[in-house]
Design a protein around this ligand. Structure first.
Ligand SMILES: Cc1ncc(COP(=O)(O)O)c(C=O)c1O
Length: 376
């Protein structure tokens, strides 16, 4: 099947395409029919059967862990389901527990999720890596790391410029005695390959709600084996291996990442996240990456011709799904695009578009035509 007919077929799964030229998939990914169908089916079962609906949903919880793990070449035993990327990074920070006198290295290019947990909740110094040309240099990260560094916490793909960090190169620059490496992969998973074994990552945090096509309210943290014995910062009945004993006096913690789960998770979200990941597997991440690369390259070439200030690095290996640029009166451009039913983002004084596999070259051309008209 040609790409065009495959795209036409896939667009039918995304009702948003009938209403918008939707180019903000790295922010809130629109809901696909199989995702809303799965969530509706859970709600109907719950309405009609009460607790009976929960058993298949618990099963979905287990399968979701397996799918998250498979995506990053990990084992389900290392996965904690969380409510968001933010909750996942906070859990990682609680497990690292940086002390006064230590430091944590973060990047000025990243989202608040990667910096606030360390800034607000722990006494260690927080050091910010400066960005250059919309990217990070691994040697700049390494220059801030010393024997008192408890963790380096950065995005695999930064949310502003869309810069993609070379994780093996980062680990190599930090050397064999490196601090814990905590990676926010919210803008990476579902688009580019991330393997928690290469380099061995201590923590990886993500949400289901962006490129994994699930609902908000579900995310996960990958916890490497060497942190699995850590005391959980919170505990609940799901943390206990002896839950079946109903022993309120003794909690025997699971020896895997389940010890960091608390109570009943957001099951309607879990069911939706599982459907999103299933769809991703069916479509194929590699094909998605190739489609996104074609569309973002087309957008970048068009924007270059229009002479706007592009913040996103141009090299294929230094970007993923995001394209960011600045131009005069960008708020007016954003309003104009919205009036033309073209949905993209605006922040940090610019415009961001995140096309995905169901978008078309014609949609990018329509976007570029409005930028051209705005600049005239
Ligand atoms: C890189 C990155 N990390 C974290 C977040 C926040 O995710 P969550 O709401 O799941 O905490 C975002 C949201 O845009 C993001 O782009």
């Amino acid at each position: 099947m040609s790409d065009d007919s495959r795209v036409a077929e896939l667009r039918r799964l995304f009702p948003v395409t009938a209403h918008w030229n939707y180019l903000y998939n790295g922010s809130i990914h629109p809901c696909a029919k199989p995702v809303s169908d799965a969530m509706r089916a859970f709600l109907a079962d719950w309405e009609n059967g009460g607790e009976a609906a929960f058993f298949p949903a618990y099963d979905a919880f287990g399968r979701l862990k397996e799918k998250f793990a498979r995506l990053i070449h990990a084992e389900p035993r290392n996965i904690v389901i969380t409510e968001s990327t933010t909750a996942a990074v906070n859990l990682a920070a609680q497990l690292v527990r940086p002390r006064a006198g230590q430091n944590v290295v973060v990047s000025e290019l990243d989202f608040m999720t990667s910096t606030y947990p360390w800034l607000v909740c722990h006494p260690a110094e927080v050091r910010f890596v400066r960005s250059r040309d919309g990217g990070l240099r691994v040697e700049d990260v390494a220059a801030l790391v010393d024997e008192h560094t408890a963790a380096v916490c950065v995005c695999a793909v930064s949310v502003g410029s869309g810069f993609r960090l070379d994780l093996p190169a980062l680990a190599a620059a930090l050397g064999p005695r490196r601090p814990a490496l905590a990676i926010d992969a919210a803008q990476a998973l579902g688009v580019v390959e991330v393997d928690v074994r290469r380099p061995p990552l201590d923590f990886l945090a993500c949400t289901a709600s962006k490129w994994l096509m699930g609902p908000a309210g579900v995310g996960f943290l990958h916890v490497a084996d060497r942190h699995l014995q850590a005391a959980p910062p919170a505990a609940g009945w799901l943390s206990a291996a002896n839950v079946g004993e109903w022993d309120v006096r003794h909690c025997r913690l699971h020896d895997d990442a389940t010890r960091f789960q608390g109570g009943i998770p957001n099951l309607v979200g879990v069911v939706g996240a599982l459907a999103g990941l299933t769809l991703l597997e069916e479509i194929g991440r590699e094909w998605i990456e190739q489609r996104i690369r074609t569309l973002t390259t087309h957008a970048l070439q068009g924007l270059e011709r229009l002479g706007v200030e592009i913040w996103t690095p141009r090299a294929d290996h230094e970007r993923a799904g995001l394209v960011f640029f600045r131009c005069p009166r960008h708020q007016d451009l954003h309003a104009r695009l919205k009036a033309a039913r073209i949905y993209c983002g605006t922040f940090l004084g610019g415009i961001r578009l995140d096309p995905t596999f169901y978008n078309t070259h014609e949609e990018i051309d329509a976007f570029l035509a409005h930028v051209r008209a705005h600049l005239q």
